[in-house]
Design a protein around this ligand. Structure first.
Ligand code: GLU
Length: 329
């Protein structure tokens, strides 16, 4: 069995990222699994030079180790091209701008999903010659993967999350036809991650709860790839998922890498120790009653998702939240 760290090198990791990394490591190690590291550097405009090295340095500093060499998504675009060719009959070009989609969509949800209203799917169906002409003219377009027919059994994706319990998503209503290749030519996170997890034989995924709905989409993409014959190095077993509550700042906003105060660079410069950070992450994962310093190995023996399953509300880092260590708040 195989787990993975999948950080985006868009800045220094913060305490919320470390919570997810520790959870993924504990889950894998406690089951004697392999742990892989994938640097998700596909979204080039967001990548920060050297952030991959900081990530590896911060993981190693905390004692969170991985097996083998890091895999970089930016070096795998040929593979994504191959996968796209394979599922091409399920895709269509989309000429809509963001503004077009915003104007025609329901209000955006907190996890960033915007349900595509289907404008260009209708265009492909009703007017293929116009689509061909616009493509021939080189008009800017993305590629979208169509969801299954509304009402068909494939349209409902179910899985049991190890923290959030049974989940059911209606792909048409709650996910919508999704971009797998952006209009700037870059492959989407959703598409690349699914191919990578298949290729790397990942069958255990622990990550932030903001990706719960993405899981439904990734399960669908995975089904399409497997049905259309993508040859993966490892046999395609459906992964187990554990989604982890998020960490908010004192104002109740989700921690972001652009706010530097709780990132690993700032904490390490202030003299906070690796054991203090690990202890705090363990407390945020509800593995301990108080943020006492410890090492990841101290937590291995008793690791379980059960405490988080019982209580998985997001946590806020603030001097007002009881027990929060003062070096953090
Ligand atoms: N790269 C994503 C992030 O840093 C995580 C993706 C995943 O775990 O699937 O938020």
């Amino acid at each position: 069995m195989t787990g993975r760290f999948a950080p985006t090198p868009s800045g220094r990791m913060h305490i919320g990222n470390m919570v997810a990394m520790l959870a993924a490591w504990l889950d894998s190690k406690s089951r004697g699994q392999r742990m892989l590291l994938r640097i998700e550097d596909l979204d080039i405009p967001r990548v920060m030079p050297d952030a991959d090295r900081w990530i590896m340095d911060d993981l190693a500093w905390l004692g969170l180790d991985w097996d083998g060499e890091a895999v970089y998504q930016s070096r795998r675009t040929d593979r994504y091209e191959e996968a796209l060719r394979l599922i091409e009959p399920r895709t269509y070009p989309c000429f809509c701008s963001r503004a077009d989609i915003r104007a025609a969509s329901a209000p955006q949800e907190g996890d960033g999903f915007q349900i595509y209203p289907g404008t260009c799917k209708r265009l492909s169906r009703d007017n293929p010659s116009e689509v061909a002409a616009r493509l021939a003219r080189g008009e800017r377009h993305s590629w979208r993967l169509a969801m299954p027919e509304p009402g068909s059994p494939a349209n409902t994706v179910t899985f049991t999350d190890r923290v959030f319990g049974p989940q059911a998503f209606d792909l048409t209503r709650e996910v919508g036809d999704s971009v797998i290749r952006r209009s700037d030519g870059l492959f989407s996170y959703q598409f690349a991650v699914t191919i990578d997890d298949l290729d790397m034989g990942v069958d255990s995924i622990a990550r932030g709860r903001d990706l719960l709905r993405s899981t439904a989409l990734q399960i669908w993409i995975r089904e399409c790839l497997v049905a259309d014959g993508l040859e993966a190095a490892e046999s395609p077993i459906n992964p187990q998922y554990a989604h982890i509550p998020l960490v908010d700042d004192a104002a109740g906003r989700r921690l972001a890498k652009r706010e530097r105060s709780l990132d690993m660079g700032a904490l390490r410069t202030r003299g906070v120790t690796a054991e203090q950070v690990t202890g705090c992450c363990a407390w945020l994962l509800r593995l301990t009653d108080a943020p006492e310093p410890c090492t990841p190995y101290d937590l291995l023996r008793d690791f379980s998702w059960e405490p988080l399953r019982r209580n998985h509300t997001d946590r806020r880092i603030s001097s007002a939240s009881s027990g929060c260590p003062n070096w953090l708040a």
